[in-house]
Design a protein around this ligand. Structure first.
Ligand code: ADP
Length: 376
């Protein structure tokens, strides 16, 4: 079958009425960044953020119109905001500290008890590896677990769980996507819809909207906990995400290097700014035990994250040694917690999982509502 063209998508969208039923989506110049990968189509509709809620039916109509094109498998439509929202808007904002006046997104994700973000100040520190292994550690406790890969810039979850595609979609599910299942947990990632190396241009609001859809338009079912693998860094997109998602808490992954710790501190401050409790810090690539001499080598120094956690009066959740096996298992789609359940590493990840669970359960005992956003 021939490749679906952007023109076909535009033709379909020109049949959908614009806001206030005036004109159509194309003639009103609302369609942004169409991405076609095989049968998967993604695009944005740029709107006034104050109208995000009332324009949801329009978004759904656009989704329907495109899904009717022959050969289309999945459609993802993000509402994107061109302008920063005005006072009290509930739509995503990209304006950093000024967003503190905005209200949080409406309540929790249906059926999901706790949402926990795994974040890092910069890329490459092992955030995704930690997120999936901790999630599997939570599952090993008998909990119902989901993992949402919100790292839309470099989605790695499909590779980490060794699956490339979503399951056959149920046509009766009214537009909701079925997540993939791996090792007994539910997983969702933009990487199931686009190739890992497909360059995508994401503007802040589009990232936020994509995340909201992966949270709300996916059949997650009942979950005890959802682990969200955040995009690395502390930019506007991450801040907005932290603010708009009803997080029970966040954990920060850092390597012991100073530079990484400075970045981790920024990550920490970001969550503090939006009043999301930081549940603790994890030091990854903490030390290396040589399999030949059995000696412990502290390649990046050691203990920096622990000292930092103490200074900030935050729990230190654990240190994960640098180990070739972790990387190899990750690359082959068999995270160590399931492939080497009796290894030292699996033990550490499971221990971290226990601490995270205790922290979020403890929190709900005293405060059942989601995090409060500071209104200055
Ligand atoms: P991030 O999500 O922070 O960008 P990843 O989880 O993708 O980082 O990890 C980056 C690389 O480091 C991957 O190749 C991964 O397999 C490897 N890695 C992560 N943690 C460890 C570890 N403890 N020991 C060895 N390799 C690791």
């Amino acid at each position: 079958m021939s490749e679906i063209t952007k023109q076909q998508v535009l033709d379909a969208l020109s049949q959908v009425k614009g806001p206030d039923l005036k004109g159509d989506l194309v003639s009103r110049d609302m369609v942004t960044e169409i991405v076609v990968t095989g049968g998967n189509i993604m695009f944005g509709l740029s709107i006034d953020p104050a109208k995000a809620k009332e324009l949801e039916p329009m978004r759904q109509a656009a989704e329907r119109a495109v899904s009717e094109i022959e050969g289309v498998d999945k459609v993802m439509v993000a509402l994107t905001a061109e302008k920063a929202p005005t006072n009290g808007a509930t739509a995503p904002s990209t304006r950093g500290a000024k967003t503190q006046g905005a209200a949080p997104q409406s309540g929790a994700v249906a059926g999901v008890k706790h949402l926990v973000a795994v974040a890092s100040g910069k890329g490459g520190v092992g955030k995704s590896t930690t997120a999936i292994n901790v999630a599997l550690g939570l599952a090993a406790m008998g909990l119902k677990v989901g993992v949402l890969d919100a790292d839309v810039y470099g989605p790695s979850l499909p590779r980490l769980v060794g699956q490339k595609t979503l399951p056959q979609q149920d046509p009766t599910s009214e537009g909701k996507l079925q997540p993939a299942e791996a090792f007994g947990i539910k997983v969702m990632s933009m990487g199931f819809l686009v190739e890992e190396d497909t360059p995508m241009i994401w503007r802040g609001p589009m990232v936020q909207s994509a995340l909201q859809q992966m949270l709300n338009d996916v059949e997650w079912g009942e979950l005890d906990i959802m682990v969200i693998d955040m995009p690395p860094g502390t930019g506007d997109a991450q801040l907005s995400m932290a603010q708009q998602t009803p997080l029970a808490g966040a954990v920060i992954v850092s390597t012991p290097q100073d530079l990484s710790l400075i970045d981790a501190r920024k990550g920490l401050n970001m969550f503090i700014k939006v009043s999301v409790p930081v549940l603790g810090i994890i030091e990854n690539m903490s030390y290396f035990v040589c399999d030949k001499c059995d000696e412990r080598h502290e390649i990046f120094g050691h203990g920096g994250a622990k000292a930092e956690a103490e200074k900030l009066d935050l729990p230190f959740l654990g240190e994960i040694p640098l180990d070739k096996m972790v990387r190899e298992r990750s690359d082959s789609g068999e995270p160590v917690v399931v492939s080497e359940p009796d290894s030292v590493h699996a033990g550490i990840y499971k221990d971290i999982a226990k601490q995270i669970w205790a922290a979020v359960e403890g929190k709900t005992a005293t405060a059942s509502a989601g995090p409060k956003i500071v209104i200055e």
